[in-house]
Design a protein around this ligand. Structure first.
Ligand SMILES: *[C@@H]1O[C@H](CO)[C@@H](O)[C@H](O)[C@H]1NC(C)=O
Ligand SMILES: *[C@@H]1O[C@H](CO)[C@@H](O)[C@H](O)[C@H]1NC(C)=O
Ligand SMILES: *[C@@H]1O[C@H](CO)[C@@H](O)[C@H](O)[C@H]1NC(C)=O
Ligand SMILES: *[C@@H]1O[C@H](CO)[C@@H](O)[C@H](O)[C@H]1NC(C)=O
Ligand SMILES: *[C@@H]1O[C@H](CO)[C@@H](O)[C@H](O)[C@H]1NC(C)=O
Ligand SMILES: *[C@@H]1O[C@H](CO)[C@@H](O)[C@H](O)[C@H]1NC(C)=O
Ligand SMILES: *[C@@H]1O[C@H](CO)[C@@H](O)[C@H](O)[C@H]1NC(C)=O
Ligand SMILES: *[C@@H]1O[C@H](CO)[C@@H](O)[C@H](O)[C@H]1NC(C)=O
Ligand SMILES: *[C@@H]1O[C@H](CO)[C@@H](O)[C@H](O)[C@H]1NC(C)=O
Length: 530
């Protein structure tokens, strides 16, 4: 049987649940109206914490090739290399020091955060990190929070460096400020008073944005034209913090008509929030829908008010649990499966692109770019979730890719269809039923669920190729494979390596009446290709 081949020693439990032809999920040949809008390519993208960008990218004399290999893998899978947003909390802490010999000088202030520096200066060589990854587009996060005269001078001094580093087609868009909707309320940082409101924010943003443009007009005139000088904004932490996104747009955030992406951030919950578990919080399609649907509601409100018109809504920073993830949970294979469900569901709801947030030593990181005394350099479990999403949205550059959510019965399962240029191209199933393989809770047998799809006529009698996202269990943090490939650092610096202990080349037949069945073990995912 498929599953026992895949899992070697593990036997298949006696069909615990299943769907047969009578309960098959119907799939149409052409994209139905409920499918999400066409995604923006590249859909799978990253956000890298400003202070740690030099760790991820390296510098001219020491480029981080491991990171580049991981990005290139995703480029081959999805068709275009991920875009990189360089930003986060530390973009609003950073001051420029022209005499600094290193790229950053960061000091952790434990009362603020133990995960990233609160005191941060960047030197001229910080900008070398934009030169290390070929064919990659970036956004650079300017500092909005610091508001003294000296801070304004520091900001403007970085403009020539930033525009020179991001010339030659490397710029995605600029960004100014991270999560300003928390500026007056986020306890430990709070760079603004309690009564700071939407129109104050818009004034601050426009004042700085215009000053940056003026400076850029001298340093890089070709980047300061109306068509080239563009932003992603407002980069709010969420849809209902101390600044209301609807009021913010209404108050004239886009007065200069230079905002090209409506970026909002998302986390499923907090790393230390009580009651957060893998099964309940992450490996749960209902909680994924609840989290994503807030953005859908906001997008509808903006639309019905005629705001942010024609500006695609993206998740410009997101990951599993804020405060950099929970150990044993955000770094597990279960979190990779959550990442598949979350990102495909986002695509199905017309969130056009997602940037998964990364940082050195972060628990939810897809990879650790350098060795530290806390974390081993390497490819981490969540990366394999990025890989499956990339495979699911694969297309050529100008193709239209739409993702459809196929509702299933349980919280612990999800299915999607991808339509390329309107036609059915792939199906995905994510079985998020938690399966532990270590510890006393490990079951002796790994159950699986059988899924049946009723396919359109053109697929009747065909044979479909299957690719699987697999690991020993949801608690695995290593030994993860995509279609038999490992991208682990220790094997070939992040380049794909075929493992010989995993079955590949699996196919499933489509019956003459158009039903195809696939067994999906607990805590694993699969794609069927047309
Ligand atoms: C470049 O990176 C290497 C390795 O991290 C470091 O030793 C060197 O100081 C960096 N160069 C600059 C100019 O920051
Ligand atoms: C780095 O920052 C710390 C804290 O602000 C400061 O004390 C130290 O002098 C700085 N080091 C350099 C080389 O600028
Ligand atoms: C926002 O605050 C400013 C003063 O800080 C005030 O002038 C303005 O009326 C306030 N706007 C709203 C909508 O409350
Ligand atoms: C920050 O700077 C802006 C623009 O110069 C100014 O309008 C605003 O009042 C300042 N806010 C604070 C809190 O200093
Ligand atoms: C999934 O999340 C929903 C909404 O939070 C919750 O009601 C449900 O119990 C969760 N399911 C599981 C299996 O934990
Ligand atoms: C770990 O590394 C950090 C940063 O390089 C350093 O400040 C710290 O002292 C190290 N801790 C230990 C226990 O070696
Ligand atoms: C897996 O382990 C977690 C934490 O150790 C536990 O909460 C959960 O119930 C276990 N799941 C199963 C299916 O045994
Ligand atoms: C996964 O399970 C296999 C078979 O039991 C075992 O040989 C292998 O070491 C496990 N891998 C990890 C990463 O635990
Ligand atoms: C397959 O081999 C890899 C690399 O040797 C190992 O890490 C992994 O645990 C193995 N997986 C299984 C299921 O045995």
């Amino acid at each position: 049987m498929i599953v026992s081949l895949l899992l070697g020693a593990a036997a298949v439990a006696a069909v615990p649940t299943g769907r047969d032809a009578s309960s098959a999920i119907a799939v149409t040949k052409e994209a139905p109206q409920e499918a999400g809008d066409s995604i923006l390519q590249p859909f799978v993208s990253f956000s890298i914490e400003f202070a740690f960008f030099p760790d991820y990218a390296g510098n001219k004399s020491n480029p981080n090739d491991f990171s580049n290999n991981l990005l290139d893998n995703l480029a081959s899978l999805q068709g275009i290399k991920p875009y990189i947003r360089v930003g986060g909390n530390t973009q609003d802490f950073a001051l420029y020091d022209p005499n600094l010999k290193t790229s950053t000088n960061g000091t952790i202030v434990p009362a603020k955060s133990t995960d990233y520096p609160y005191l941060l200066s960047i030197g001229p060589s910080f900008f070398e990190s934009y030169a290390t990854w070929p064919n990659t587009k970036f956004s650079h996060g300017f500092n909005l929070a610091k508001n003294t005269t000296a801070a304004m001078e520091s900001l403007l001094a970085t403009v020539p460096l930033a525009c020179k580093a991001l010339g030659d087609g490397k710029l995605m868009h600029w960004e100014l400020g991270n999560e300003p909707d928390l500026f007056s309320t986020s306890g430990v940082f709070s760079p603004r008073p309690k009564n700071w409101n939407e129109s104050d924010y818009v004034d601050n943003w426009l004042t700085k944005e215009r000053a940056i443009k003026q400076k850029m007009a001298h340093a890089c005139p070709e980047m300061a034209t109306d068509s080239a000088y563009t932003y992603l904004a407002p980069s709010f932490a969420g849809v209902d913090n101390s600044l209301d996104p609807v009021k913010t747009w209404r108050d004239g955030l886009d007065s200069d008509k230079n905002i090209r992406l409506n970026s909002v951030h998302n986390y499923m919950g907090g790393a230390t929030q009580p009651g957060v578990t893998l099964q309940k919080t992450l490996m749960n399609h209902t909680s994924v829908m609840n989290s994503v649907d807030q953005h859908v509601t906001l997008a509808q409100e903006l639309k019905s008010d005629g705001l942010a018109r024609g500006i695609p809504y993206i998740l410009g920073e997101m990951n599993s649990l804020y405060n950099e993830g929970k150990p044993g949970l955000s770094n597990s294979f279960g979190a990779a499966l959550w990442g598949v469900d979350f990102n495909l569901y986002s695509a199905s709801q017309s969130l056009h692109r997602t940037h998964m947030h990364q940082g050195t030593d972060y628990r939810y990181a897809s990879w650790q770019p350098v060795q530290t005394n806390k974390t081993t350099k390497g490819t981490k479990a969540p990366y394999y979730g990025n890989v499956m999403v990339a495979a699911m949205v694969n297309a050529n550059h100008n193709d239209q890719v739409r993702v459809l959510n196929l509702p299933l019965e349980q919280d612990t399962e999800s299915a999607y269809a991808t339509y390329v240029n309107g036609n059915l191209a792939r199906l995905a199933v994510v079985n998020m039923q938690e399966y532990n393989y270590t510890g006393s809770t490990a079951a002796s047998q790994r159950p699986s669920v059988k899924y049946a799809f009723q396919l359109p006529e053109h697929a009747h009698g065909k044979t479909l190729a299957v690719q699987r996202l697999m690991a020993n269990g949801s608690d695995a943090i290593t030994g993860i494979t995509w279609n038999g490939w490992s991208y682990n650092y220790e094997l070939n610096n992040g380049k794909p390596v075929r493992l010989h202990n995993v079955t590949i080349g699996e196919t499933v037949p489509v019956g003459q009446k158009g039903v195809v069945e696939i067994e999906v073990p607990w805590s694993s995912g699969a794609i069927l290709n047309f």
